[in-house]
Design a protein around this ligand. Structure first.
Ligand SMILES: [Zn+2]
Length: 72
């Protein structure tokens, strides 16, 4: 499933456009957080290929924004 997303996106990061032949450097990321929703979780159209660098950056920013919006 993860691999299907990476091949579909041609091992290319959707954010920075870097191409990684080493799949350990790529992440299948949920565009909309699934929050336990299995339909969203398994929806390939809700998945994008990101490199680890972008994934970590984006997720850190999202988590920081969630904290600021008063969840913490
Ligand atoms: Zn990237």
């Amino acid at each position: 499933m993860r691999f299907a997303v990476l091949t579909r996106d041609l091992f290319t990061c959707r954010i920075c456009g870097v191409l990684r032949s080493d799949t350990s450097l790529l992440v299948a990321d949920h565009i909309r957080p699934h929050r336990g929703d299995l339909d969203l979780f398994w929806d390939e159209s809700n998945l994008q290929c990101l490199c680890k660098t972008c994934h970590d950056t984006v997720k850190q920013r999202e988590e920081a924004a969630a904290r600021r919006s008063g969840k913490g």
